[in-house]
Design a protein around this ligand. Structure first.
Ligand code: PA5
Length: 426
């Protein structure tokens, strides 16, 4: 099961030895991250994924019941409450029960699609919300619940699973009162750090992901990253390089993928880094590029535009494919120089071609490489690698990774506009 997210940097603009010096200069801070002493008030429940093993059985047994009874699970959540599951299901294409993700938009068209699914399929709902005050998942859940009630009457409660804060949490009370299944959203984990907890694991398990392997990958990566010395530690180096590049004028970091199935993973990464670090000047703006497609959209800007972009190339082997390029004898399409090559070669070549073209023009390029094809285990490692890296990177930047007060701005405006707290009509 050995798979390492090794770390290699092809970089211009950072002088030889600068990364080592930066790490040594910040060693005290880095050590406080490696030992989880920094921001010890947390929530730091994600730090040691061994704790997820405690809920494994409960998750697996409820997931098995859902798989046996329903052919579709509509997962209602937003931000950290759904992106982990979206990432894993996209990357692994599991063959369990189908998932549909809802509650992350106020588009009526999307809602209508979800309503039709409830009407036409044998569906259950899984609502996930730590606080259950966000309008998007809250109102989507209500609309879909009503549809379930119309179709199944008094037995509709059997088709609802809520994942929310235990104890005094609103969803917990509602679940108790209306006999919904309930799983606790760990109190010491917030949304974007929840991928290896019940929040990410339950929908993944229903979809057929081997969550035991996924957690095992997270645990292995936790052990590795918390014991490696800072100078040799890939998460420390990645965090240090991001901070150095930002100090040298980079503004944007793009995670570069070459496999559309990893788009959910890239979007999970964007949310994790954006909400953890986006609190002061100097925080890199996270985005992602999906190559080859984006080479024909944003590639021009990266190659010749302002030098504000860092590209972090995800050098992951997806699945190796048996496809070989067939010669075309009758139709002279002028691609015969590609005849008989394994199709996978092309993606490997375009990877190197893009990386070299950008790096050789002194554009900063980071490479994160994995030696093994994507599996539940290696994905668990990758999730943990980035959770740990963003925690360290936030320390170096000087922001608390666990707050997200800025998100409340738009919410407050909506509450005001929609009259939350007033009796309607007033
Ligand atoms: O990462 C986070 O904590 C946030 O993105 C939350 O997940 C998001 O705001 C949704 O919160 P909730 O599920 O409590 O509505």
């Amino acid at each position: 099961m050995e798979h390492a997210v090794s770390f290699e940097v092809t970089i211009s603009g950072i002088k030889e030895g600068a990364v080592d010096s930066f790490i040594l200069y910040n060693e005290g801070l880095i050590q406080s991250g490696l030992s989880a002493e920094a921001y010890a008030e947390g929530p730091l429940g994600w730090f040691d994924p061994n704790t997820s093993m405690q809920s494994l059985q409960a998750i697996q047994s409820l997931a098995a019941r859902v798989q046996a009874r329903f052919d579709l699970l509509i997962v209602i959540g937003i931000g950290g409450s759904n992106r982990g599951a979206v990432a894993a299901v996209g990357a692994l294409s599991p063959t369990g029960t189908e998932l549909f993700f809802a509650g992350d938009t106020l588009s009526a068209t999307q809602l209508a699609k979800a309503i039709r699914l409830v009407q036409e399929r044998n569906a259950a709902l899984c609502v996930i919300a730590k606080d259950f005050n966000t309008i998007e998942p809250g109102i989507t859940f209500r609309m879909l619940r009503k549809e379930l009630e119309r179709k199944y009457g008094s037995s509709s409660h059997e088709r609802i699973i809520a994942i929310g804060s235990g104890g005094e949490g609103q969803l917990h009370h509602l679940a108790q009162r209306h006999q919904w299944e309930f799983l606790a959203f760990p109190a010491d984990i917030n949304g974007r750090y929840s991928v290896l907890s019940t929040v990410g694991l339950f929908p993944m398990a229903v979809a057929g992901v081997d969550i035991e392997s996924l957690i095992a990958g997270g645990i292995a990566e936790h052990q590795r990253l918390t014991t490696l010395k800072p100078l040799m530690n890939p998460a420390v180096r990645y965090a240090a390089i991001r901070n150095l590049l930002s100090k040298q004028g980079s503004i944007i970091e793009a995670l570069v993928i070459f496999e559309p199935a990893l788009e959910g993973f890239a979007r999970w990464w964007v949310q994790l880094f954006g909400e953890s670090e986006g609190k002061k000047e100097g925080a890199l703006f996270p985005t992602y590029f999906s190559y080859s497609e984006d080479l024909h959209a944003i590639g021009q800007y990266v190659q010749e535009g302002p030098r504000i972009i860092v590209e972090t190339f995800l050098n992951y082997t997806y699945k190796s494919s048996p496809l070989v390029i067939e010669p075309s004898c009758e139709i002279q399409d002028r691609f015969d120089y590609l005849d008989d090559r394994p199709f996978d070669t092309l993606n490997e070549v375009v990877y190197q071609a893009a990386l070299n073209a950008h790096a050789s023009d002194q554009r900063p390029v980071i490479e994160l490489s994995s030696s093994q094809s994507i599996s539940a285990y290696s994905l668990g490692q990758s999730f943990y690698f980035f959770l740990f890296s963003v925690y360290l990177s936030s320390l170096l930047l000087g922001v608390n990774p666990f707050t997200q007060d800025g998100v409340e701005g738009y919410k407050k405006n909506m509450y005001h506009q929609l009259g939350k707290g007033k009796v309607w009509p007033d």
